[in-house]
Structure formats: structure tokens, C-alpha cells
Design a protein around this ligand. Structure first.
Ligand SMILES: *[C@@H]1O[C@H](CO)[C@@H](O)[C@H](O)[C@H]1NC(C)=O
Ligand SMILES: *[C@@H]1O[C@H](CO)[C@@H](O)[C@H](O)[C@H]1NC(C)=O
Ligand SMILES: *[C@@H]1O[C@H](CO)[C@@H](O)[C@H](O)[C@H]1NC(C)=O
Ligand SMILES: *[C@@H]1O[C@H](CO)[C@@H](O)[C@H](O)[C@H]1NC(C)=O
Ligand SMILES: *[C@@H]1O[C@H](CO)[C@@H](O)[C@H](O)[C@H]1NC(C)=O
Ligand SMILES: *[C@@H]1O[C@H](CO)[C@@H](O)[C@H](O)[C@H]1NC(C)=O
Ligand SMILES: *[C@@H]1O[C@H](CO)[C@@H](O)[C@H](O)[C@H]1NC(C)=O
Ligand SMILES: *[C@@H]1O[C@H](CO)[C@@H](O)[C@H](O)[C@H]1NC(C)=O
Ligand SMILES: *[C@@H]1O[C@H](CO)[C@@H](O)[C@H](O)[C@H]1NC(C)=O
Length: 892
């Protein structure tokens, strides 16, 4: 979304909505229920989310997870919709184009996940593909590694096939790709992602994953498939259906415990409370998983030799027969004794498997045979078989991937650019040349030849835009001939050849030099930042957007260097527009941006250093606290160089800071078009220069706000305690959201209390103020540090103003212009009364205070026509209608 944007003194420029962090956060929160679950109903279009009736899980549409928005949504044929066992099978996404199409699923790096894909063909395309007799199959990759073949040949149209893999997430996302093997169009109905407990499947690692072949439970079971919520990890347990004589059902209501530390499989208790055994006339039974003969026919697909499947069988036992009876049996595999004299523990779970040992067999046939001395027959509660999935193919070097993602983002034709750029080799992106020579290192991109793929036009525009936002004019039309003044295409492509450059060169990557931003602020290199921050030694702040370091420029100016957390270029698409915006927004009450750094090594903003820290610290007397300006502050203190650093804030200083901050916000709201809503107004975001002039900082959450449109924001941003309740409830973002937060700031300034605190229970500052005033007097809320050096009427006015800002309905809150007017008057009066009261005793002062309201009202009415504009500020008298609203403020 691009909103055209300008400030009073600024020029038109593109403003692309703010830092991607917000989107990332949104993706992670969306539809993940319970913790670590992501439930995706592929092809869902008639609504974006729903709660599954059987499982209660919240399923979401796949649109935000499918790469490049590829594929097409379909409903299965109406006749099969009626048969569908659940909502998910009713729709699917099919991928007629491209060899490989991927989904990107968010993960926590190095956590274990179960990923399940289901496939219900339902003759969605009317081609009768699964029943007509000819081959119908496609492949599945997990990341860059082969996972399974989905063979739906001769499969019932309404039947569902599912595939599961259990794997360790290599990164903060994992891709699942569908591979077109030339025997039908790949499609998928459901994708389920479940984060497992870290202790489970202890034999897995980054290069060892397992694919599910069988998971059965025994005894009398009602549902053919047992899953969530019975299994908190939502594994599918199929009923083994051992119901006919000589099999017998066993069931108990007694708890089945497990030894502490036995967390490898965490089989749910209801499954362990059931088992199958065999009639006493018999001494043995078989448990077999025989793979169909047809598997040998796919030996050559994906170089996977199915005859050499490496299998891992796992038995789960608990003797639920009761009494201290003797049940001992031997477990044979194809006639070979595997586990002799096995005694299942009484009412305790035990899993029997050969850890890390995978069997190379065409099938599995186990015999559970009673030992001669055993009283009882063998039993079994559950049984699983997995096959080994080697996940040791390496992904493309992360830097190159980040870079290509960036290019791709600006590149409209992404169909062939899916999944990992170089890996696996046979699915590498069209037009890329990769270096695989270093077999045990991640492949690197060595050349990008887009002309070969006939996609120059698309890339040209996109790349020009990315390399420089102002240098290139996208209205030039579609090349081949580059517009005058533009770089020839070859030069652009030349700069894409970044592999093999030294670290120093990398610092001056494609973004650097050749296409500088046409803005006045300085562009820093990583090396320069390193130098000015003395190797990032002194941390002066930490926040959601990154770490702030103290730095000293060559001219000895002090700066604060904010290094943004997401350094990947992929996520910095909005960075340059943001920088451009910031460089154009100038006001004495906004922190000045000095420069920035953006290249493959860093993403940083360089601001004027604010030596007196932030308002929160000042109010709390917290200025020596380590994480802010402490380092330098302590030096100043110990050398007693500057006594200004010692005092706590007096009343006039507080009023002035409030006025400064209000003016900064007013500028953002009123002088920029569209308005900028700060969205995270709070005392830590109000910084103070050496003269105690307050400046608003952290526009990370700012967004261009177009008053012409109803702006619905999908993510509530902001800080607890400062959140506008109306915005929270409606997602309707207006400038009044900042006004609410500013009301909290005003109360903090007056009371010295944080927005939320314990007294003795958690209390929100506005409520605390109301309670105190109701019970006692207004003086009970004032910051004790002020002693009695304030004036009751002024105090009342500020509190009334704050309470007015905190009205529940945004329409009842004043505009920042109105707030500024009140504070200006108040400040003017306070300074003059301060002068007069210098010699007066407290008693005299109270008497004098009585005169203030009248004086105050007079000045307010004066404010409607008088501009109190200070140098540089573009604030002005508000609309006349607004002033009548203000007059009731001091009447409370
Ligand atoms: C990552 O871990 C957190 C905390 O354990 C969890 O709440 C979140 O759902 C996980 N994210 C994913 C994508 O699994
Ligand atoms: C569309 O949604 C409605 C409920 O909102 C549901 O009853 C219907 O089955 C859905 N259609 C498909 C094809 O899933
Ligand atoms: C799903 O259930 C949750 C509570 O479990 C509820 O908050 C939510 O509104 C439901 N969503 C839909 C789409 O019904
Ligand atoms: C689909 O295939 C099945 C099995 O070959 C056949 O019986 C049926 O008539 C076919 N239906 C259509 C519409 O072609
Ligand atoms: C690894 O990559 C190679 C080369 O692209 C490919 O032939 C092989 O099938 C891949 N291995 C796995 C396990 O996917
Ligand atoms: C075992 O349970 C199943 C399912 O409840 C039932 O159909 C079957 O008759 C039972 N078997 C015996 C021997 O009781
Ligand atoms: C897929 O399954 C069909 C039917 O079971 C079988 O005939 C065919 O050989 C299988 N295809 C491959 C490649 O395994
Ligand atoms: C119980 O089993 C053990 C070990 O298999 C065997 O030595 C013993 O004789 C059995 N005891 C009874 C009472 O059957
Ligand atoms: C499994 O092995 C047993 C004994 O070795 C044999 O009787 C049985 O037929 C085998 N079952 C299968 C399905 O191969």
C-alpha cells in the first residue's frame, strides 16, 4: 500500500507503511492455537478463518503462507462435499504452473515440529484423475529435501491421504513444497504445523528427520482416528481394528503413569489405557506393516530407492491387566529374536525401540510370543513406524537468500522463483547460476541472468525502484531501452554479482554509493558505524526495534545509533522510504535524524544524541540506571562537571516538557499530510536534550495516516498502559489514539507514577488519580518530589486536560492543537506566577492562586486568535470551534 505523503515543508514522496516487524508479529499470532499450532485450510476462500467443530482448532486460509500467491483455490465436487469428514477437505489449492510451489510456515528455529499435509482430490477439476487408471502422483519436499511421494493413482475421489514429517526447524520458517513430477497437477487440502516438546524424538537433528508410515492404537476405540485434543500434539492415531477372535480388548480406568524423564514420545494416557491381547488358547500374534508392491516402481523418482527405506518401529506398552500377574513375551522380527523376555510394566508406559537404529527392510513383520513360563498372553497398546528422511541437503547461503527475497519482492513475475534459490539443484530458480562446488557449504549465487528468462521488463522496473527510490523514474515505461540517466541494465546486473567479494566489499554492496538517496542526511557504512560507536561498546538503550549505541562523530558531535533488529534486507523493504520520510520531517520537538546505514551488513538509523535521557527516567530519578545514558552520565556526575544533571524536575520544567512533547505530536498530526499517527507515545519515547527540550522519538511504529480513508489496522500496536481503549476495541486508528497516550504521559508528569503499578493491586494510573481525588484531595496525587512547589489551580487544569485526553470515546478528546493551546497558556501563566511567588510564603501563594482561574480563562479566550507559535513550529491557532471545547476543561 502506497500513500502519497507530504509535510508542510516537505516534498511529495512515497511512504510505504512502516517496518515489517509488525507484519511478522501478525503472522505469528494469527491462527496459532494452542501454542505452537498452525492450522491451515488450503484453498479456503469463502471466509478467512473458522473453528473446526471436531477439534475446536482455529483453521485459517492459506493465502498468506503460499509463496508468491501461487496456485488456485478450488472446492471439491459437490457430490463429495457431502461426504467430507471435515471442513478442511472441502477446499484445496492446486498448482498447475511451475515445477515446485512452496508454502512458508513460521517456526521457532531449532524446535521440533510435526508437519502434516492432507490431500482430498474430490475430482475438483473434473478430470477424474485419481480414478481413471493412469498415474496420478506428485512429490513433497520439506525445505530442500525430499519427503514423500503422494500417489493418488486408483485412489477414491473422496478419500483423504495424509503425509506427516517430524523435523527440526532450521530457521524461523520452514518451507513445504509440492513438486510436479509430470503425472498430474499437485494440490493440497490441509497443512498442520505442531510444535513438539523438545524432549520428544531425541534422535532427531537438523539432518535427521522422520516421515510417518504407520501409527496405530489398539483395543476398543470409537473413532477411526484419535487426534487433538486427546493427543495434545495432534498426532493421528489410527484404530488398529484388532477386534475379531482371537483378539480381545483390554481397557482400564486406572492411571497409566510414566517414569520421570521418559518423555520421548508422550503417548496420551487414554491411548495407553487401552490395549489388545489374544485369547488364552493362543500364545502369539503378529504386528505387520507391509509396504505395497507398487513402491518398487518409484525407485527412480527423486533418487529415492524405496527398497532401501530405513525404518524405525516403535512399540508402546503398559500392562493394564491388573493384579500382579506374570506377563512375559519375546518380540521377534521376521523370525529373529529382537527383544527377549519383555515384561510390560504394570500401569506404567514404556516405549520399546532401537534408538537411532533404522532397519533396511521391504516391510516389517513382528511376532509377539508368550514365553513358556508366562501366565498371560502378550499385549500391545500402540505401535508406530517411521522412515528416515535425510535432511542434509543444504539451503542457499542465508545472505544470498535474503537478497534474492528482496529482489523477488519487487519482481512481479515470481512463478518460477519459489522455495530455495539454488537447492535442490534440479529446482533452482530460473536465471540463477549457483556454486555448489563446496559440497559441505551452503550453495552461493554467482550470477543472475534474467535476460535469459525473458523477464527483463519486470526486473528492470522493480530493481531500479529498489536500488534508488528517487533516481529512477518508473514512469519511464517498460524497457528494453533504459531511460535517460539510468544505469544500463548490464550495470545493474553487474552489481548483482556479489558472491565471492571480500567482507570489505560486501559493506559497499549494491545499495551503496552508486545509487545514493537524494536526501540531505549522511549515509554511513558499517565500518564507519563501528568506528564511531567504538566497536558498538556502549549500549544506551534497548527496545523492540533494536539496540541503541552511543557514538561520536568526527566533528565530536554525539549521536545515538539505533541498530534495527531485522538486518535482513528481505525485511527492510520499508526502510528507505522510512528514512526518506524521517529526513523530511523536521521540528524542534522531534528527534533529528542525522544519517542511516543500509547494506547487507547493517540496518541502522543515526540520531542526535539526547544527553538527558528520556522522560521516564527523569521522572523516576532513574537517570543513573545502567541501560540508558548511564555510562556517560556517571562520568559527568563523578566529575561534578554539570550540576544540571542533578536536579529533579520542577513544575515549570514539567510543564515545558509537556508542551514540547505536545507540539511535536501536533506537528505530526496537523502539519503532515496525510497525518502521521505516532502509535507509541509514552515517556520512554520522549527524549531530552541538554537544555531539557523534549523531543519525540521512535517513529518505528508511525504510519502515514490518510484521513480520507477509514484506516483499519489489523494489529494493535503500542505499549501497555498507554493503549487507547477505543483503538483496542475497533482497530480504528486516528490521531486521537496518540491524544489518549499523551493523557497518560501528562498524568505521569504530574504524579511521577508509572502508567500501571501495584497499589497494592495492579492499578491503571487514571483510575488511581480518580480514586485519590475522590477520596482526598488533588494534592494526594502530586509527585512528592515537587514538595509544595506547584500551584493548585494549574495542577487541576493539567489533570483536567489529561482526563479529557483520556475520554473513552475519541471524539470527546481534544486535538493536539487544543492541548498545545492549553499548555501554552498554562506555561506562560506558571512562569509569570513563579516570578511573582519567589518571595511569597506558602500561605500567600494559596491566596494568590485564587486569582489564577480568571486569568487563565482570559488567556484561553485570547488563544483563539493569538498564535503562540515558536520558532520553527508550524502550530497555529486551532479552529475557533475547538476552543469552546477547551473552556470546560478547567471547570471540572
Ligand atoms: C514459538 O514458540 C512460542 C513459545 O513457545 C510459541 O508460543 C509460538 O507459538 C511458537 N511459534 C511457532 C510458529 O510455532
Ligand atoms: C463456506 O462457508 C459456509 C459457512 O460460512 C459453509 O457452510 C460452507 O460449507 C463453506 N463452503 C465451502 C465450500 O467450504
Ligand atoms: C473460535 O473460538 C474462539 C474461542 O475458542 C473464539 O474467540 C473465536 O471467535 C472463534 N472464531 C470463530 C471464527 O468462530
Ligand atoms: C471416473 O473414473 C471411474 C473409474 O475409471 C469411472 O468409473 C467413471 O465413470 C469416471 N467418471 C467420469 C466422469 O469420467
Ligand atoms: C539433495 O539434492 C540432490 C541434488 O539436487 C538431489 O538429487 C537429492 O535428491 C537431494 N536429496 C534429498 C534427500 O532430497
Ligand atoms: C472390541 O471392541 C470393538 C470396538 O468397540 C468391538 O466391536 C469388539 O466386539 C470388541 N471385541 C471383543 C472380543 O469384545
Ligand atoms: C502409484 O500407485 C499405483 C496404484 O497403487 C501403482 O500402480 C503405481 O505403480 C504407483 N506409482 C508409483 C510411481 O509408485
Ligand atoms: C514370571 O516370569 C519369570 C520371568 O519370565 C519367570 O521366571 C517366573 O517363573 C514367572 N513366575 C510365575 C509365578 O509364573
Ligand atoms: C509374519 O511372520 C510370521 C512368523 O514368522 C508369519 O507366520 C506370517 O505369515 C508373517 N506375516 C506376514 C504378513 O508376512
Amino acid at each position: 500500500m502506497v500513500i502519497s505523503y507530504s509535510c508542510t515543508a516537505g516534498t511529495k514522496l512515497a511512504w510505504i507503511l512502516s517496518l515489517l516487524l509488525i507484519l511478522v508479529a501478525a503472522t505469528q499470532v494469527h491462527g496459532v492455537s494452542p501454542g505452537g499450532f498452525l492450522n491451515i485450510d488450503c484453498g479456503l476462500t469463502n471466509r478467512s478463518t473458522y473453528n473446526d467443530t471436531d477439534t475446536t482448532l482455529t483453521y485459517v486460509s492459506d493465502t498468506e503462507f503460499v509463496e508468491g500467491g501461487n496456485g488456485k483455490s478450488y472446492d471439491i465436487m459437490a457430490q463429495y462435499i457431502a461426504d467430507a469428514t471435515n471442513e478442511q477437505e472441502k477446499t484445496l489449492r492446486s498448482f498447475p504452473d511451475g515445477q515446485r510451489n512452496c508454502y512458508t510456515l513460521p517456526t521457532n528455529s531449532s524446535k521440533k515440529y510435526l508437519i502434516r499435509a492432507t490431500f482430498t482430490y474430490g475430482n475438483y477439476d473434473g478430470l477424474n484423475s485419481s480414478e481413471k487408471g493412469s498415474l496420478f502422483l506428485f512429490g513433497l519436499h520439506i525445505g530442500v529435501n525430499f519427503w514423500a511421494t503422494v500417489n493418488l493413482t486408483n485412489w477414491g475421489s473422496s478419500d483423504t491421504m495424509y503425509k506427516e514429517v517430524i523435523t527440526v526447524a532450521p530457521d524461523k520458517f520452514i518451507s513445504v513444497c509440492l513438486i510436479n513430477l509430470g503425472s498430474g497437477t499437485p494440490f493440497v487440502s490441509t497443512l498442520d504445523l505442531r510444535e513438539l516438546d523438545g524432549a520428544m524424538f531425541p534422535f532427531l537433528n537438523l539432518s535427521v528427520s522422520i516421515s510417518h508410515l504407520a501409527r496405530q492404537r489398539y483395543g476398543s476405540v470409537d473413532d477411526y482416528i484419535t487426534r487433538y485434543p486427546t493427543d495434545p500434539f495432534d498426532r493421528f492415531w489410527e484404530a488398529a481394528l484388532r477386534y475379531k477372535f482371537p483378539f480381545l480388548n483390554m481397557t482400564t480406568n486406572q492411571d497409566v503413569t510414566k517414569l520421570p524423564g521418559n518423555d520421548d514420545f508422550q503417548v496420551p494416557m487414554p491411548i495407553l489405557q487401552k490395549a489388545s491381547t489374544i485369547s488364552s488358547n493362543f500364545s502369539e500374534f503378529n504386528v505387520s506393516v507391509i509396504f505395497p508392491d507398487n513402491m518398487k516402481n518409484i525407485d527412480n523418482i527423486n533418487n529415492i530407492d524405496y527398497r532401501s527405506l530405513e525404518l524405525l518401529p516403535i512399540f508402546h506398552f503398559a500392562d493394564i491387566g491388573g493384579n500382579n500377574q506374570n506377563r512375559t513375551f519375546d518380540i521377534y522380527n521376521d523370525g529373529n529374536l529382537m527383544f527377549p523376555n519383555y515384561i510390560p510394566p504394570l500401569f506404567r508406559a514404556e516405549s520399546t525401540y532401537q534408538s537411532g537404529k533404522f532397519l533396511r527392510k521391504r516391510g516389517l513383520n513382528f511376532t509377539l510370543r508368550k514365553t513358556p513360563s508366562s501366565e498371560l498372553q502378550p499385549l500391545i497398546n500402540a505401535f508406530e513406524v517411521y522412515s528416515l528422511v535425510h535432511t542434509d541437503n543444504l539451503t542457499t547461503s542465508p545472505d544470498d537468500v535474503d537478497y534474492m527475497k528482496e529482489v523477488k519482492k519487487y519482481y512481479s513475475y515470481t512463478r518460477n522463483w519459489n522455495g530455495d534459490p539454488c537447492s535442490p539443484r534440479e529446482y533452482s530458480w530460473q536465471g540463477l547460476a549457483c556454486d555448489y562446488a563446496n559440497g559441505n557449504k551452503n550453495p552461493r549465487i554467482t550470477r543472475i541472468n534474467l535476460s535469459a528468462s525473458g523477464l527483463i521488463g519486470g526486473l528492470h522496473i522493480a530493481f531500479m525502484k529498489m536500488a534508488s527510490l528517487e533516481n529512477f523514474d518508473s514512469s519511464c515505461g517498460i524497457p528494453p531501452t533504459p531511460c535517460t540517466g539510468l544505469y544500463p541494465l548490464e550495470a545493474v546486473l553487474e552489481r548483482l554479482e556479489f558472491a565471492g567479494k571480500s567482507a570489505e566489499q560486501e559493506d559497499y554492496s549494491i545499495y551503496e554509493e552508486e545509487a545514493p538517496l537524494h536526501i540531505d542526511i549522511k549515509r554511513f557504512t558499517y565500518a564507519e558505524l563501528k568506528l564511531i560507536t567504538n566497536n558498538f561498546q556502549s549500549i544506551i538503550g534497548k527496545g523492540g526495534f533494536g539496540t541503541v549505541y552511543h557514538g561520536i562523530l568526527e566533528n565530536n558531535d554525539e549521536v545515538a545509533v539505533k541498530v534495527l533488529v531485522e538486518t535482513s534486507i528481505a525485511e527492510s523493504k520499508d526502510f528507505l522510504p522510512e528514512v526518506q520520510t524521517l529526513s523530511k520531517v523536521h521540528h524542534k520537538n522531534l528527534v533529528t535524524l542525522v544519517g542511516y546505514c543500509q547494506n547487507r551488513k547493517c540496518l541502522a538509523l543515526v540520531y542526535d544524541f539526547m544527553p538527558r535521557g528520556n522522560l521516564q527516567q527523569l521522572l523516576r530519578g532513574d537517570i543513573e540506571n545502567v541501560w540508558t545514558y548511564g555510562h556517560r552520565y556517571r562520568e559527568l556526575r563523578s566529575s561534578k562537571q554539570d550540576s544540571r544533571y542533578d536536579s529533579s524536575l520542577n513544575w515549570e520544567e514539567r510543564l515545558h516538557i509537556a508542551l514540547d512533547a505536545a507540539q511535536g505530536l501536533e506537528y505530526l498530526h496537523e502539519s503532515c499530510s496525510p497525518s502521521i499517527v505516532h502509535r507509541d507515545v509514552k515517556t520512554p519515547n520522549i527524549l531530552l536534550d541538554k537544555n531539557l527540550v523534549a523531543k519525540i522519538s521512535d517513529f518505528g511504529l508511525s504510519r502515514a495516516f490518510n484521513a480520507a480513508h477509514t484506516h483499519i489496522s489489523t494489529v494493535v500496536a503500542g505499549t501497555l498502559g498507554y493503549l487507547d481503549p477505543e483503538y483496542h476495541a475497533t482497530f480504528q486508528l486516528t490521531v486521537k489514539t496518540d491524544v489518549y497516550s499523551f493523557g497518560i504521559v501528562l498524568l505521569e508528569i504530574v504524579t511521577g507514577q508509572p502508567p500501571v503499578f501495584m497499589d497494592p493491586q495492579t492499578v491503571h494510573l487514571p483510575n488511581w488519580v480518580r480514586q485519590k481525588i475522590d477520596k482526598g484531595s488533588i494534592h494526594d496525587v502530586v509527585d512528592k518530589k515537587l514538595l509544595d512547589q506547584y500551584d493548585a489551580t494549574h495542577l487541576q487544569t493539567v489533570i483536567d486536560l489529561a482526563m479529557n485526553c483520556l475520554e473513552n470515546a475519541s471524539i470527546d478528546r481534544p486535538s493536539m492543537t487544543e492541548v498545545v493551546s492549553v499548555l501554552k497558556v498554562l506555561f506562560t501563566v506558571a512562569v509569570s506566577s513563579e516570578k511573582r511567588s519567589v518571595t511569597s510564603t506558602p500561605q500567600e501563594k494559596n491566596v494568590m492562586d485564587a486569582d489564577i482561574p480568571r486569568q487563565f480563562h482570559l488567556m484561553i479566550s485570547g488563544a483563539t486568535t493569538t498564535s503562540y507559535d515558536n520558532e520553527g513550529s508550524s502550530s497555529q491557532s486551532g479552529p475557533t470551534g475547538g476552543m469552546s471545547e477547551i473552556s470546560y476543561i478547567s471547570g471540572r
